[in-house]
Design a protein around this ligand. Sequence first.
Ligand SMILES: Cc1ncc(COP(=O)(O)O)c(C=O)c1O
Length: 430
Amino acid sequence: MKDNAYFDNASTTWPKPEAVYVFIDQFHRSHGVNPSRGGYAMAVEAEAMVIQTRQLLATFFGFSGPANRVIFTANVTDSLNMALSGLLTQGDHLLTSRLEHNAVLRTAEYLKRQRQIDVTQVPASPTGVICVDAMREAIQPNTKALVVNHASNVTGRVQPLSDLGQLARDHKIPLILDSAQTAGVLPIDMQSQGISILTFTGHKGLFGPMGIGGLIVDESIDLQVTKYGGNGILSESVLQPDIWPHRHEVGTLAVPAIAGLHAAQRWFNALGDSMASPYGITGANDARKLTVELDEHAINKPLDLAKHTIRAKDAVQQIHRTELKHLAKLIDTLTAYDHVRILGSVDTKTLEQQVSTLSFVSKKVSTERIAAALDADFHVCLRAGLHCAPLVHTDEQTLEEGGAIRLAPGYFTDEQDMTQLLDGLKDVLN
Ligand SMILES: Cc1ncc(COP(=O)(O)O)c(C=O)c1O
């Protein structure tokens, strides 16, 4: 039996590709200095790696504007704070849904109290999907932004992003996307999907480390500054410089974490390459060990961004396909029990509209007991309770009873992980 059969990938993905661990260590040792502060070669190369990471991410997310509109933050919560606080002023209306994570809910509530903004949270259908018509009806003349997550972190249900993007475009309202649960798992294309501000976190499906996230801001958006401080640019002035991305990035960047995200982006590329080759890798376990050409000289070579678009997209599709196979097995196991209810009525018929996360409750066995038994007897790592989306729990009637069990297999979940989980579920639910 494995010590850790990990099913908490909706929280953070683990493990990461080997190349991510290696490059963080290597780059931190060889270039662990402050970029954009020094003129010496090491600092210039560190800056080059940061710029390349912006370019890789802009390409990965189908952003056609300049890479200096990619702003690094600590995580997607930080990014959403900046997007909402930077766009909304007194008297504005924010349109959102009841499916949102506290990253959106609490920020919106704060702005409601402090800036008297008006917030509409449109309910989702019983299957956890945002109704685009209901969103349309809720638009007001003062609606300043539409913010939604791409997939719920409780039910894993994917939202109709392109339709929401079209709605936002038709009404000239910026669409802010919380891609926490989908970046790296579903293709995201800011251009064709009508996303004005994409917010992402590095440590989930993007396979980077914790401590790095970002937002990509379309050139049509004048995002107000919400943080102030030094960044090595125009240091003679006490005013925040109006130069992107430095206008929004203050203090020293998390360079080792950016290096990890950089390696992860190149790993997506390598996975796509391998899939295109007849001698390529055969499974996720091999994929995890794929080496990536990364050394201090690699960062001085120009990137082939056109290739990155294609290869990374293939890799993302392969990751989603693999994860859904695990999810289908989980659904089959859980639906065999009459006393089990999967939130959002997720079933194998709607698999394509899912990321590989589901939550369930049992009428017979408490959530605490299921989690404790799976942990103690089968070493299953999962999350039980409330999942930072209180309105989803309210609508699913799981708030008062203490939430639900959430299972999130990942790309690196293997047969042994699945055996431990499925054996454990059968043991505790029978
Ligand atoms: C939909 C959604 N939004 C926001 C977040 C917050 O992510 P982070 O903690 O990386 O800021 C999460 C994390 O679980 C999430 O699932």
